[in-house]
Design a protein around this ligand. Structure first.
Ligand code: ATP
Ligand code: MG
Length: 244
């Protein structure tokens, strides 16, 4: 077990977001956290990552290091893509040459070209920036990675490429991931397990273990699963009108 959220509750300004939420993340497991806008997905992720303290309940982390990938790339504008990717390695006493080599290896894994690595974020396309953000997260060899709707702002074709990258990286590097998304097809493509967060402060209201392995599900089966779940009351809020 990498992470355990045990009966956590949180509120902002006296307004409860959720109460009594229990969720765990297994070794090498990708859990997709889905739910309608404003239900508290980011709050759960930030509590899990230690960015905010829950008002109630316990968080247990059984890992050395983690990384977070946000919806926006959040790169440092004064550093090149290469130095952004290598940024987290500097604190580890790794030599500059070695840091560059590690950054270049990670960059290649996410499909960045060598010639892009000397560019500054302002000179990169949106997709290249998000690839850089993913490479930066993976560069520190995290045991757990938190993704908060990382691909919402990238176009559909690139979104698939980046999803496949995460699937491959997780299988190779054996990290666990909590992946927040409101895109059920994305969740069905890349997760081992899906949990649904209530928008009525009830915590996790549904859980589904996906058959097969991430990366092995073809488009047809993803489509069929999403269609079937659209009729399932547990997922109703996700398909409720045009809230997303
Ligand atoms: N710092 C904050 N101060 C006050 N209220 C907040 C704060 N952060 C979040 N909230 C409120 O808590 C609730 C949950 O927010 P959260 O960002 O976790 O939702 P979400 O599920 O991630 O939504 P989305 O899908 O739109 O990203 C919302 O009602 C939001 O307005
Ligand atoms: Mg959010």
């Amino acid at each position: 077990m990498r992470l355990e959220l045990d009966r956590i509750g949180h509120a902002f300004l006296g307004r409860a977001v959720f109460e009594d939420l229990t969720l765990s993340l297994g070794d090498g497991e990708i859990v997709a956290l889905v739910g309608p806008s404003g239900c508290g997905k980011t709050t759960v992720l930030q509590i899990a990552a230690g960015l905010i303290d829950p008002l109630r309940g316990r968080v247990r982390r059984h890992y050395g290091g983690h990384a977070v990938v946000f919806q926006e790339p959040r790169l440092l504008p004064w550093l090149t893509a290469r130095d952004n990717i290598a940024y987290g390695l500097a604190a580890r006493g790794i030599s500059k040459a070695e840091r560059r080599a590690m950054a270049e290896r990670r960059a290649a894994e996410v499909g960045l070209l060598a010639r892009d690595l000397d560019k500054y974020p302002a000179e990169l396309s949106g997709g290249m920036r998000q690839r850089t953000a993913v490479a930066r997260a993976l560069a520190v060899d995290p045991e757990t990675v938190y993704f908060d709707e990382p691909f919402t702002a990238v176009d559909v074709g690139l979104r698939r490429v980046l999803q496949d990258l995460i699937i491959a990286a997780c299988a190779r590097d054996k990290f666990s991931a909590l992946f927040v998304t409101h895109d059920l097809a994305e969740a069905v493509r890349l997760a081992h397990r899906i949990v649904v967060l209530s928008d009525r402060q009830e915590g996790i209201v549904a859980e589904r273990i996906l058959p097969g392995m991430p990366g092995e599900r073809d488009d047809r089966s993803v489509f069929d699963t999403v269609q079937a779940w659209a009729k399932d009351p547990a997922f109703a809020a996700l398909f409720d009108g045009d809230r997303q």
